[in-house]
Design a protein around this ligand. Structure first.
Ligand code: NAD
Length: 496
């Protein structure tokens, strides 16, 4: 039996009227478990009208009313994290520990947003001119939308909606149609937390819904996370319609491993960052750049770790890596392994030959050595459990390679040399940098975002830049007559 996955409009589930739906699968079995409604332009209109009505009252609600809801939402999310993790695993496939991890990271964004009274404080300049004071305030935009990818069905929506709602906007979420159920669970939690109906909306859909959002005059801003071609499209279309847009794209994250690195530490980090969540993370490491004679030791250290990883359904205890999101994606990733081998890479561990469950969209871990920059395994974002090792002679060669890559989301260096690490963090052309850490994801009170083809727009996601993205600044210049010179009887002496 499959579940009907509806929209959430006006504070309640609402069945779609477009007549279009998409199947939802459990990637661990390959079986269809749900049928999600896909919104038409008319349904987008209905959702925006509801959100606009709600935004008027919510934008005027006091800061203490808004923070009360955020604190309650934080508690609800915390208490029901296990149920939500199970929903993520059932549709995404990642292991339960990873699902719990993404909820924990998302929670940090909610906790950050509970501090909104402090974050929205403006500046005040008394006596900017004689008798004139100047001060700044930040106001909500109205109705804003978030369009999110399949790989973090809870964390990425929370990157956006916590700040958007805290700053007084109504938020419309268009989640990935591949794992849509977690969005509805979030909607119920917001309602339970006391959020007024219409402030959080879930509109499922595909390109038709995205285009309607990008063109809708009632939506002021769009926050997007997904692949680079779609991020570029969303940015160009949205800004051409006069909207504020931040669009985070794909990644090809490199780890630079220097000859003096602690090999065990580097290998542990590389294995967890390359193969965790089956490589379907925007901060996954997909290239290890081995400098000088460290390469053989690094390849050996990674290779001995891979057979120890248990590849199975994400809901089974002790599983290290679950399936990929769809059959097509699994086959595409497997195709890259063949292409790499044909182009001359050495297949040290071949995920296609791994002993993995026969049902579902499983693929084992792959390690490719002697990869060179013109191979497709290097140029393309694979988004699967494949790690490529590129061998270079020097630190400079490695830095040059990373800086020449069009993607620039995250990178990491492994070394015991503080001077080399410092030079790397200064000179690398990448938005998020790790030093001896596997995945340099910033915490919620910094902002998240790459450079170059990994981000279109001027603001990074969440943190202080998220607050700024979802608000407009206003500066007030005021002069009040001095009561001592007023002609109106104010009921107190006119002398000072
Ligand atoms: P995707 O680009 O296919 O989809 C993202 C969203 O866009 C979904 O909601 C989808 O319905 C919609 N969409 C898809 N095709 C569209 C089209 N042609 N026109 C309009 N809308 C469209 O991405 P995905 O496969 O869901 O997610 C994986 C990608 O997201 C990877 O490239 C990954 O690197 C990236 N990602 C980036 C970050 C980051 O912070 N930079 C974070 C997570 C994921």
């Amino acid at each position: 039996m499959t579940t009907r996955i509806t929209h959430w409009i006006d504070g309640r589930p609402m069945e779609g009227t477009s007549g279009r739906t998409a199947p939802v699968h459990d990637p661990a079995t390959g079986r269809q478990t749900g049928e999600v409604d896909l919104a038409s332009r008319q349904e987008v209109d209905v959702a925006v009208a509801s959100a606009a009505e709600a935004a008027r009252a919510w934008g005027a609600a006091s800061l203490s009313q808004r923070t009360a809801v955020l604190f309650a939402f934080r508690e609800a999310l915390h208490q029901r994290a296990d149920e939500l993790a199970a929903i993520i695993t059932a549709e995404h496939g990642k292991v339960l520990g990873d699902a719990a991890g993404e909820i924990a990271r998302g929670l940090e964004n909610v906790e950050f947003a509970t501090g909104i009274p402090e974050l929205l404080k403006g500046g005040y300049s008394q006596q900017a001119s004689t008798g004139v004071d100047v001060y700044s305030i930040r106001q909500p935009l109205g109705v804003v939308a978030g369009i999110t990818p399949f790989n973090f069905p809870v964390m990425v929506p929370l990157w956006m909606c916590a700040n958007a709602i805290a700053t007084g906007n109504a938020f419309i979420l268009k989640p990935s149609e591949k794992d849509p159920s977690a969005a509805l669970f979030l909607a119920q939690l917001w309602k339970d937390a006391g959020l007024p109906d219409g402030v959080f909306t879930v509109l499922h859909g595909d390109k038709e819904a995205v285009d309607a959002i990008l063109e809708h005059p009632g939506i002021a801003a769009v926050s997007f996370v997904g692949s680079t071609p779609v991020a570029r499209y969303v940015y160009e279309q949205g800004t051409s319609q006069g909207k504020r847009v931040q669009a985070l794209g794909g990644a090809k994250n490199h780890a630079l491993v220097l000859p003096d690195a602690d090999i065990d530490m580097a290998a542990d980090a590389v294995v967890s960052a390359a193969y965790g969540a089956a490589g379907e993370r925007c901060m996954a490491l997909s290239v290890a750049v081995a400098v000088g004679d460290v390469a053989d030791a690094l390849v050996d250290a990674v290779a001995v770790r891979l057979p120890k990883l248990k590849v199975a359904a994400g809901c089974e205890a002790d599983t290290d890596m679950g399936p990929l999101i769809t059959r097509e994606h699994r086959d595409r990733v497997a195709g890259y392994i063949g292409a790499g081998a044909q182009a001359g890479a050495t297949v040290v561990v071949d995920g296609r030959e791994a002993d993995v469950p026969s049902e579902g969209y499983f693929l084992g871990t792959t390690l490719l050595d002697h990869v060179t920059p013109e191979m497709t395994v290097y140029t393309d974002e694979i988004f699967g459990p494949v790690l490529s090792v590129v061998r270079v002679e020097t630190f400079e060669d490695g830095l040059e390679l990373i800086n020449a890559n069009p993607y620039a989301n995250g990178t990491a260096i492994f070394t015991r040399d503080g001077g080399a690490a410092r030079r790397f963090q200064n000179e690398v052309q990448v938005g998020m940098v790790g030093v001896n850490v596997p995945i340099p994801v910033p915490v919620a009170y910094y902002s998240f975002g790459g450079w170059k083809d990994s981000l279109f727009g001027d603001t990074h996601m969440y943190g202080p830049e998220g607050v700024s993205f979802f608000t407009r600044g206003k500066v007030v210049t005021s002069r009040w007559p001095d009561p001592a010179t007023s002609s109106v009887d104010l009921g107190f002496p006119r002398t000072r």
